[in-house]
Design a protein around this ligand. Structure first.
Ligand SMILES: Nc1ncnc2c1ncn2[C@@H]1O[C@H](COP(=O)(O)OP(=O)(O)O)[C@@H](O)[C@H]1O
Ligand SMILES: [Mg+2]
Length: 331
């Protein structure tokens, strides 16, 4: 098949991810190496893999390519619907694509909307409030410690050691920082002090659950808070910071899998997804967010690491996502 790879390239380093300015704004975009690796994986599967960047001329360029299928990892650009741009254009052009559709991608980018849907479906997620720019933080119903992050960013953008706040003054300051840096609402949540896990899922109907990964905060420098920041992802990428499989007791493992699957279904995910969870003070898992466009950096991103732990190399992971998308179309 001719499988067009759709992506958005990172321009310039996503530096300063912890300095509080408009930080790491490019962090969610793909590097040239990731796009090349994805194309190589598709070619290894016998496909032709032309690439198209999801820019303003994208619809015309995609249409001219006449691909049989689209393999989408594009984050899009320009606004809160950005991750849904490629699926929307594919639907406009009548092209089949991998991964979740318009509704799911737009929904998952908005963490508050996601939490409302999860709650409605009985999936536990911490209590929260949204503070739009121009408003000050005054959520009297939420007891510190709290966690403050941008409403609609990924790749740990706007997540720093200061995101964990121990009193209302610090919460108000952090909300103001998010407003200034991102010009978007801040999401204020109850802080979950327990262990952190991420669960990868592949497929539809009965998705396959990859080995669960635990993020190990025990190995970071003393004093660094237990938060999976951009700095953590970038500087502490050695295997000892990640346990996959996590080696969990059966009860906890089953519960994490059950909740990840429930979140996947609640959001209507397709083909692939990663669900982030943490334990609350009583050890109960809660869903933090759902990632229907998980990072695909070979040997680095969580999902390829989880696939590797299942004995699935990068090319096989890519082939599986494509196969799942094709099988879904045939049903
Ligand atoms: N309510 C919370 N309690 C504790 N830690 C949190 C909470 N929300 C987010 N975090 C921490 O911040 C990290 C990034 O948050 P997340 O919502 O997953 O954003 P991203 O889209 O950037 O991955 C999480 O992996 C976790 O370490
Ligand atoms: Mg996350």
């Amino acid at each position: 098949m001719r499988v067009a790879v759709t992506y958005n390239l990172r321009r310039g380093a996503p530096s300063g991810a912890d300095d509080g300015a408009r930080v790491g704004v490019q962090a969610e975009y793909d590097t040239e190496e990731t796009v090349l690796a994805l194309c190589a994986a598709l070619e290894a599967g016998g496909h032709e893999a032309p690439r198209v960047e999801a820019e303003a001329d994208f619809p015309a360029r995609l249409s001219a390519l006449r691909p049989d299928f689209v393999f989408n990892i594009a984050e899009g650009s320009g606004g809160p619907g950005r991750e849904a741009q490629v699926p929307a254009v594919c639907e406009l052009l009548g092209l089949p694509y991998t991964g979740s559709g318009v509704l799911t991608l737009a929904l998952a980018l908005d963490k508050a909307m996601t939490k409302r849907v999860l709650s409605a479906c009985g999936v536990p997620t911490p209590p929260f409030c949204v503070v739009p720019p121009g408003m000050a933080f005054a959520a009297l119903g939420l007891q510190p410690p709290l966690f403050v992050k941008p409403l609609a960013e990924g790749s740990s953008m706007g997540v720093t050691p200061r995101s964990l706040v121990r009193d209302r003054e610090a919460a108000a300051a952090q909300v103001a920082e998010i407003h200034a840096a991102y010009g978007e609402p801040a999401l204020v949540e109850a802080f979950l002090p327990g262990r952190e896990f991420t669960v990868g899922l592949l497929g539809n109907r009965r998705p396959r659950i990859l080995p669960i990964m635990e993020i190990d905060f025990g190995a970071v420098p003393p004093g660094y808070p237990p938060v999976y920041t951009y700095q953590f992802k970038r500087e502490w990428d050695a295997d000892r910071f990640y346990h996959c499989p996590a080696g969990l007791e059966a009860g906890l493992e089953r519960e994490l899998e059950r909740l990840a699957l429930a979140a996947y279904e609640a959001l209507g995910c397709q083909d692939v997804c990663r669900v982030d969870l943490r334990l609350d003070a009583l050890g109960r898992p809660q869903v933090i967010e759902v990632n229907p466009l998980p990072g695909m950096v070979p040997g680095f991103s969580d999902l390829p690491r989880q696939a590797a732990a299942a004995g699935m190399g990068y090319a096989q992971l890519v082939a599986t996502i494509l196969d799942e998308a094709r099988a879904r179309r045939l049903r």
